[in-house]
Ligand binder design. Structure first.
Ligand SMILES: *Cc1c(COP(=O)(O)O)cnc(C)c1O
Length: 376
């Protein structure tokens, strides 16, 4: 009997030259958190992002968010406004700093941070406590958030924005790359992201001075001395030269990966658009999503579960949308400004298999199962 292969939600997809860059690292003995691949990967990212920003590659997206909060001076007693509809890594670094998260719900169009609720929250916190120290907004599933709306409010109140672009490398907003719209952008190269270094991240900043500071802090904050001298607390957050080699190889195929993921989206959308009960995350004016994951919102929890379980039965991985942070046990006691949008998405939404290496046969197999499941 022919056994079907497992289909993953989002699997790594190597391009071909990754091993060459890794071999270079071995051949030259640059097996350290510095070296030609680190510089090369940073230059590749810098030019991909439009050459207006500086990039420091780090050990993970989570480390990048943590270091961003550190650079912005966030500490105990500070509040940070964070999109509630996201992966926990967007919010956890707020806790690492001993600061306090305040969660903000999404709007229905992009499924990302609602500018109106953001302003309501800022006014409330200024009136009842003090001005929040930072905003963490997320381009979730690769879909750009309402950049103009969020930035207008952030600058009105003078609050810096950390742009969690972990899922959005390759997405643009009015032809400008996601990750470059804010005070500090961050990327992730974890195994499930659109390109991967097996584990890794990056920080995107405005000036060379900020980059130098990030690199200094990420390499244990060593002062200039022959011995080890420290006047600040540092971190061990720099990316290794071996992993940066994988990143350089992946940059060569990033545009192909975006195309493949957008094709997945088009396939799902073309086949499911006729059903009124299925909604997609739509691209508004000027918006281009890398379609990291194709997500649908069904009309009920029961329908979502029916599709998810039927896929699972055939060894196909799908996943409910992110559970909002304000509903997570670990964050249940924190303040939140909500409107029901993210909770509804969590209850009825499903991420469909979206790897860039899915074959047409894979896609047909997935669609066959979805269509068998009582969609209205
Ligand atoms: C993956 C991810 C992160 C964390 O990145 P890591 O590299 O896995 O630490 C942060 N935010 C979002 C939205 C993510 O999807």
């Amino acid at each position: 009997m022919l056994t079907k292969t497992k289909i993953y939600l989002s699997s790594p997809h190597m391009g071909g030259s990754e091993q060459k860059f890794v071999a270079d690292a071995f051949d030259t003995n640059w097996i350290a958190p510095l070296g030609p691949n680190v510089n090369g990967f940073e230059n590749d990212l810098k030019s991909y992002l439009g050459n207006k920003k500086e990039v420091a590659v780090l050990s993970s997206g989570t480390a990048s968010i943590h270091l961003a909060l550190e650079l912005l001076g966030v500490s105990r007693g500070d509040e940070v406004l964070c999109q509630t509809f996201t992966f926990s890594a967007s919010a956890n670094p707020i806790m690492y700093q001993g600061a306090t998260p305040v969660f903000i719900d999404s709007e229905k169009e992009t499924w990302n941070m609602c500018p109106k609720l953001l302003e309501i929250a800022i006014k409330d916190r200024i009136q009842k406590y003090k001005k929040p120290k930072a905003i963490i907004a997320v381009h979730l599933y690769g879909m750009p958030y309402k950049v103009k709306g969020i930035n207008a409010i952030a600058s009105k109140y003078g609050i810096p924005v950390i742009e969690d672009s972990a899922e959005a490398l390759g997405s643009t907003y009015f032809d400008q790359a996601c990750g470059t719209f804010s005070d500090i952008g961050i990327l992730s190269f974890n195994g499930n992201k659109i390109i991967t270094t097996s584990g890794g991240g990056a920080m995107i900043v405005n000036t060379k001075e900020e980059k130098d500071k990030a690199v200094f802090l990420s390499t244990q904050a060593r002062d200039n001395a022959p011995h080890y001298e420290h006047s600040t607390i540092g971190f061990n957050y720099r990316m290794s030269n071996v992993l940066a080699g994988i990143g350089r190889g992946q940059m060569e195929v990033l545009d192909d990966r975006v195309k493949a993921r957008r094709n997945n989206f088009e396939f799902y959308k073309t086949n499911l658009d006729k059903f009124n009960s299925i909604e997609f995350q739509e691209e508004g004016e000027g918006v281009f999503s890398n379609r990291w994951l194709t997500c649908i919102k069904t009309n009920s929890f029961a329908q979502r579960e029916q599709i998810r379980l039927a896929l699972l039965e055939d060894d196909i991985e799908s996943r409910p949308l992110w559970k909002p942070m304000h509903l997570q046990p670990v964050y249940k006691d924190y303040l939140h400004f909500t409107n029901g949008v993210s909770e509804d998405l969590f209850n009825k939404g499903l991420c469909l298999p979206s790897s860039s290496n899915l074959s047409q046969e894979d896609l047909n197999r997935i669609m066959g199962i979805i269509l068998k499941n009582q969609i209205l």
